[in-house]
Design a protein around this ligand. Structure first.
Ligand code: SAM
Length: 268
């Protein structure tokens, strides 16, 4: 959405030294939950208001995702998930080269890049919007072996067959669960593409694992552990990024071993 007023009183200037785009964040006094956060970006001489959850718009502007979330808001999640997965692999004496990874909600490939850095050999991305795939191909053309634009809650049979053909032994999902993003049913569809004994590495906002969770993930994760569908090897609470007011947003990184498919009745 173009907005000539964005330079006005509702926005404050953030440092532009962390990248080449001119980005402004709302006044710290505005209390916004994560799915309502937004910024203003100068594109071709015009200020545009963009919600953080309008990923299509963000991915269309090269460098915006990286500059906004990683440069200004200090997002650490792709690094943290790469680190905790690597530590668990080392502890288990497992070579990263033998991982065949499904990256759920892959976005523009920042997680894929980390997975390549730790030595993963086979890597497939899936995301629900074509702009994510286009940005990954534009900005990180060599990261994914394949990248599917697909709704994991409604997987066409032909793509299900193709994905099964990769014989995944790992699923990663970073900064994509809950809110209006990936629901439990999509998580289940991706989880069930991984072979038993495989690795599951994901993160989730701490609130979505708490008793007052409404996303459905707290109940799902509890059942997965109780029924030993997922054996949790590590869980680490950490600062995912800052919000637009500069306050920390905490997530939990979880890595575990899959022992069985998630039955449909586990879904909320
Ligand atoms: C915050 S981005 C995270 C991207 C990447 N994992 C990262 O950490 O940089 C969340 C991504 O999840 C994707 N997403 C949302 N709902 C989805 C769904 N149902 N199936 C697949 N991807 C989805 C969005 O399009 C977006 O690219």
């Amino acid at each position: 959405m173009a907005n000539q007023e964005s330079r006005g009183r509702n926005f404050v200037e953030t440092s532009t030294r962390k990248g080449t785009l001119d980005i402004r964040l709302p006044q710290p006094s505005d209390r916004l939950d994560q799915d309502a956060e937004h910024c203003s970006v100068l594109v071709d001489g015009e200020w545009r208001d963009i919600r953080f959850h309008d990923y299509d718009e963000i991915y269309r502007i090269p460098g915006l995702y990286e500059q906004l979330f990683h440069g200004i808001l200090d997002c650490r999640s792709p690094d943290v998930i790469g680190k905790v997965l690597k530590e668990e692999l080392q502890q288990d004496g497992f070579e990263a080269e033998s991982l065949r990874v499904l990256d759920l909600g892959a976005g523009n490939g920042l997680v894929g890049e980390q997975l390549r850095n730790i030595g993963v050999s086979t890597l497939v991305g899936v995301d629900i919007i074509p702009e994510a795939q286009q940005a990954a191909l534009r900005d990180r053309p060599n990261v994914y072996d394949a990248y599917y634009v697909v709704d994991m809650t409604n997987l066409p049979a032909s793509i299900q067959t193709e994905l099964e053909g990769f014989k995944f032994n790992t699923m990663c999902c970073v900064a994509a669960l809950g809110y209006a993003d990936i629901p439990p049913s999509a998580f289940r569809a991706a989880f069930n593409l991984v072979s038993n004994g495989g690795w599951i590495a994901f993160n989730i906002k701490d609130r979505f694992l708490s008793p007052d969770d409404t996303s459905g993930f707290a109940t799902l994760v509890r059942k997965l552990r109780e029924e030993n569908v997922l054996e949790l090897l590590t869980s680490e609470r950490y600062e995912h990024r800052r919000n637009v007011n500069g306050e920390p947003l905490h997530y939990v990184a979880l890595v575990g071993t899959k022992h069985a498919d998630i039955p449909e009745e586990f879904l909320p």
